[in-house]
Design a protein around this ligand. Sequence first.
Ligand code: 13P
Ligand code: SF4
Length: 320
Amino acid sequence: MRASGLVEATEVSALLDLEGEIERLKKDLHAVVLAHYYQDSEIQDVADVIGDSLQLAQQAAKTSAEVIVFAGVHFMAETAKILNPSKQVLLPDLQAGCSLAEGCPPDLFRHFKQKYPDHIVISYINCSAEIKAMSDIICTSSNAEKIINQIPKEQPILFAPDQNLGRYLIKKTGRNLALWPGTCVVHETFSEKKLIQLMLYHPHAKVLAHPECEESVLQHADYIGSTSGILNYVKHSAGTEFIIATEPGIIHQMEKACRDKTFIPAPPDGDCACNQCPHMRLNTLEKLYLCMKHRAPEITLSEELRLLALRPIQRMLEMS
Ligand code: 13P
Ligand code: SF4
């Protein structure tokens, strides 16, 4: 496990104007705040850019800011650092990991890869720098299909680490991908049985799902796509009711963009809030403020590893 954030949220006075302080620190540090759609709504509201994994990586690649504050999970901030070695990249809570990244340890993946010597490795961006360094091309859920379609048909592909996204891509592209058996703890929690019950209560609702969901859920979807794809769908749809089978943080932007539409989170299997990403939700507005105030915790990695991980990320950006 990585060391926890340096600072505790308890040092923040309840009277402090956190939003105002974050704005002041952005100017002082020449910082940009990038936030993923799964972050708490109050974090999204102070961000300069809100986006999906690809959009945030693209922003990180082109920003002129001196400090990148990444309100997301570790692999996202690490990708920003790989693209910007001379910039400081801050993450509000260093423990904000990802079950997909943690479920694909480098040593096991190295052995797995040896079984497929003639395959090229396409890895989902939700993985560590070590896995990126062992990959040929990185992809996200919004460009994976496009990238696979650019690979010659006779070239075998190993896809890691999300097997649900991998199975979805096999269907979409007709390619026979070798799959690393990883899953996302959030997207595998949606229950088909409860989804069907919800669909009966809301017969006109469109079901929108992220491809990290299991096949049993995806088969009921009217639309399958990345977080930005799902957001665009609701903006342009004539429908008024939507069941959202992804992390419910994204509903904040949907409600802001479409005030007259109704968004219903798809239910998890148990009586829990496990459709919320436990990693993303480690970041809070207080920790965001504190990481800017202390300029810590920050992302670091060796130059050797960074250069190896950079190559497949650059290929992704060229092929997107
Ligand atoms: P996208 O935002 O790229 O669709 O990815 C979702 C996700 O699970 C991020 O961890
Ligand atoms: Fe990782 Fe799943 Fe959380 Fe996305 S939602 S960061 S894939 S654990």
